[in-house]
Design a protein around this ligand. Structure first.
Ligand code: NAD
Ligand code: UD1
Length: 349
């Protein structure tokens, strides 16, 4: 019998890629998303890309904080597990509007956990972030590193990780995998789904992509005086399809009898600087990205990349794609969809 998986935030960037891999892997998938930061066009495209498996996908436009609506969904389907992506993720906005972030991310998660528990679904995969490592003193970051939060967004990730551990301690039937993502980039190789941020992109590659399609004049490089290969910040970029596959590996791990509440890094283990990334994108796209050098962005770390040993050993998962493929697929998505899922008229940013 095919397993039923509930995916919260499944219309979003990482969610849509994961839903596609789930469908192709034979899972029946129900997406819950309020479309606050996404479009239902991603759901339609995922259905198309999944071919005959597309019939195994259903979508509910529901906010996680709407408990009666969640209850209804859980009473209609018995879920084997939940993958929980839904949340707000803009660091700067979280500093300006902390209550919005605590309400959406924490209350939404608590509502989900309560409804899961009431319906006897105690298998969860949660989207955490490398942001919980703060400013690591050494790299690569292992899962045992001390944790900290630099902003309200990061604090919601830390709190939810703690809540998950507490739930497991209180009831050993819960099996929970916390996945700490490094820097997801790229898009599905078809170019039909990808990242489509609202407003001015906060993250490097969505910004680079918008410069390449002439939506913005230049990339501002935040800091070129770091102690790195070329002075710019170093991160662990991971292809979003590799990341999506990491969730399938985590689901498989949930069927281990021994698993409790476990945490895994999802990264490549390799660091790439801003300038190296821009140069790889220029090569893939044939476009010149004009640069403006600026000061460091407050809160930024110098070098962050993952130790991938634990995920390789215990999830039997390893990233397959390199920077070249990430940039190739990012450009394929951008050139086919210069305004993401919208149009110049719907996108005034
Ligand atoms: P995204 O914004 O594209 O997707 C999140 C989805 O959740 C959106 O479709 C949004 O509409 C939905 N959502 C938000 N609040 C909701 C609510 N209350 N009820 C229902 N739906 C809601 O973001 P993404 O990049 O796909 O990230 C997915 C998850 O991974 C997030 O939790 C994010 O914090 C985490 N994460 C992302 C990154 C990254 O760089 N993209 C890195 C680390 C962790
Ligand atoms: C940021 C968030 C982090 C979040 C992660 C993934 C901050 C301080 N941190 O991390 O909490 O988990 O995104 O969503 O916002 N850069 C530029 N110009 C730009 C954008 C970025 O030079 O316009 C540089 C940054 O300084 C950094 C690198 O590119 O060195 C990557 O930046 P970004 O994509 O924002 O990711 P993180 O800094 O890792």
């Amino acid at each position: 019998m095919a397993k039923n998986i509930l995916v919260t935030g499944g219309a979003g960037y990482i969610g849509s890629h994961t839903v596609l891999q789930l469908l192709l892997g034979g899972y029946r998938t129900v997406v819950v998303d309020n479309l606050d930061n996404s479009s239902d066009i991603s759901i339609k495209r995922v259905k198309e890309l999944a071919g005959e498996f597309g019939n195994n996908l259903s979508f509910y436009q529901v906010d996680l904080r709407d408990k009666p609506a969640l209850e209804k969904i859980f009473s209609e389907t018995k879920f084997d597990a939940v993958i929980h992506f839904a949340g707000l993720k803009a660091v700067g906005e979280s500093v300006e509007k902390p209550l919005l972030y605590y309400d959406n991310n924490l209350i939404g998660t608590i509502a989900l956990l309560e409804v899961m528990s009431a319906h006897g679904c105690k298998n969860l995969v949660f989207s955490s972030s490398a942001t919980v490592y703060g400013w690591p003193k050494v790299v690569p970051c292992t899962e045992e590193f001390p944790l900290c939060a630099a902003n309200p967004y990061g604090r919601t990730k830390l709190f939810i990780e703690e809540i998950c551990c507490d739930i497991h301690r209180s009831d050993s039937e819960w099996k929970i995998i916390l996945l700490r993502y490094f820097n997801p980039v790229g898009a599905h190789p078809s170019g039909h789904i990808g990242e489509d941020p609202r407003g001015i992109p906060n993250n490097l590659m969505p910004f680079v992509q918008q410069v390449a399609v002439a939506r913005r004049p230049a990339l501002t490089v935040f800091g070129n005086d770091y102690n790195t290969v070329d002075g710019t910040g170093v991160r662990d970029y991971i292809h979003v399809v590799d990341l999506a596959d990491g969730h399938i590996a985590a689901l498989r791990k949930l069927s281990d009898r021994s698993i409790g509440c476990e945490v895994y890094n999802l990264g490549t283990g390799k660091g790439t600087s801003v300038l190296e990334m821009v140069s790889a994108f220029e090569k893939a796209s044939g476009k010149k990205i004009p640069l403006v050098m600026a000061g460091r962005r407050p809160g930024d770390a110098e070098i962050v990349y993952a130790s991938t040993e634990k995920a390789e050993r215990e999830l039997n998962w390893k990233s397959k794609y390199g920077i070249e493929e990430m940039c190739r697929d990012q450009w394929n998505w951008a050139s086919k969809n210069p305004y993401g899922y919208g149009s110049p008229e719907t996108n005034h940013s």
